[in-house]
Design a protein around this ligand. Structure first.
Ligand SMILES: [Mg+2]
Ligand SMILES: [Zn+2]
Length: 416
């Protein structure tokens, strides 16, 4: 069973003048109460036990859920007086039966892959994992610093920095969290647990790039109206774009590897033409062979740092990557992930899919990219540059381009 705690007890003070008679979770957004979108998302993510923490105007929430989702397993935990986010989570944990539960605020929408979030939390053995998002000018939020194992090192107060990872308010928690560490009845999860007990609990984070909306903020509430109207929330036909890295995003260094950030040189057309193409897809991934790790030429930490810098630069020109998958193995290891094998593509589907594969695209500059793309059933685009003249003769991609400026024409042709 997959369980989620939905914190719906908030007073909604900041929205009160716009939505006077309703709890924030039921504020109308493009014709539906906000909670409708959140529930639709959670159902898509295979949540099948919903635990609502309710307080302010709780009857309205119970009635809405019972009327619209009567066939679902729902529990209601009522607060007689405000318990703070921590107190609310602590009482709701009593209703869980699994070892891990997701916690979400009923007034934010951040449609991340719970499969992926859970897998990372379990793999890293975190007791608490925070879904974070890279945000530019995150002045309104505090940011978090993580180490290379995704463990949170510190929380920073609202600061004048140009970009940083914010806590998006979605958590994966071990349900036995407060069994040993006694907490009071009323406390804040953010202030009293996350910020004060970093040494006591193992707290980590997963990075996500989905859009984030907090309707408790008037500006976002207004933005949500048009955003949700234009969004096909129930679409099962999500399209993914897979990009090779070397020779596609950055220029290839013949017979060598990118070992430092200063050796990483973006291809010029990435800045000019890639953003427009990526925006036509629901998900964008990098799928790259990095044998340099297996050969011990660079460490995976160094590679992660290079990729963090790459993410920030790409984001500044509007190219948003959902995840970078890399194969660290050398050819001789004969792993399942090194292209032309399709292990990394399979992993992306498992983490973020299902996708409409036939209408998803792979762009690469070598035969192994095109082979993997074809094997997987993707539309393949071969990128030609001055160092791969002999590529694509045998593999014959669906399209061959010299420059990303041609992507506009291809987009039209394949109707995306
Ligand atoms: Mg390449
Ligand atoms: Zn591999």
């Amino acid at each position: 069973m997959r369980e989620a705690i939905i914190l719906a007890g908030g007073l909604g003070t900041r929205l009160r003048h716009l939505v006077p008679d309703l709890p924030k979770a039921l504020a109308p957004v493009a014709g539906h109460p906000f909670l409708h979108y959140l529930m639709t998302y959670l159902l898509e993510q295979n949540v099948d036990h919903f635990i609502f923490s309710i307080g302010y105007k709780k009857e309205a929430i119970i009635e809405f859920v019972n009327r619209n989702f009567q066939h679902l397993k729902c529990s209601f935990v009522e607060e007689d007086s405000p318990l703070g986010t921590g107190g609310a989570i602590k009482s709701a944990l009593k209703y869980t039966s699994e070892d891990l539960v997701f916690v979400l605020n009923a007034d934010t929408y951040f449609p991340i892959s719970l499969n992926y979030f859970e897998a990372e939390c379990r793999r890293n053995k975190f007791q608490i994992s925070i879904a974070s998002k890279l945000m530019e000018k995150p002045y309104r939020y505090g940011t978090l610093d993580v180490d290379h194992n995704q463990r949170v090192l510190q929380f920073k107060e609202k600061a004048e920095i140009s970009s940083g990872f914010i806590n998006a308010g979605v958590y994966a928690l071990r349900t036995n969290l407060f069994e040993e560490e006694k907490m009071p009845e009323v406390f804040s999860f953010e202030k009293d647990v996350l910020e004060k007990k970093l040494d006591l609990f193992s707290i980590g984070s997963s990075k996500f790039e989905e859009f984030f909306i907090d309707i408790g903020i008037e500006e976002d509430f207004i933005r949500a109206q048009s955003l949700f109207k234009n969004m096909n929330i129930n679409s099962k036909n999500k399209r993914a774009l897979f990009l090779d890295r070397d020779g596609v995003i950055n220029t290839l260094i013949p017979n060598d590897y990118v070992k430092t950030w200063s050796e990483f040189k973006f291809c010029d057309d990435v800045f000019l033409h890639l953003a427009d193409f990526t925006k036509r897809f629901d998900f964008v991934f990098v799928i790259t062979n990095q044998q340099c790790i297996g050969k011990k030429i660079i460490t995976s930490d160094t590679l992660d740092r290079i990729h963090d810098m790459m993410l920030i630069e790409l984001k500044s020109v509007g190219v948003i990557l959902n995840k970078i998958y890399y194969c660290p193995h050398v050819t001789a290891e004969n792993c399942d992930c090194r292209k032309p094998k399709t292990g990394m593509l399979k992993q992306a589907v498992e983490d973020f899919g299902p996708f409409d594969i036939q209408n998803s695209v792979f762009i690469g500059d070598s035969d192994s990219d095109i082979q993997a793309a074809k094997e997987f059933g993707l539309i393949s685009i071969g990128k030609r540059h001055d160092k791969n003249h002999d590529a694509f003769i045998k593999t014959n991609p669906n399209y061959v381009i010299e420059n990303f400026s041609s992507l506009k024409t291809i987009a039209k042709e394949i109707k995306i």
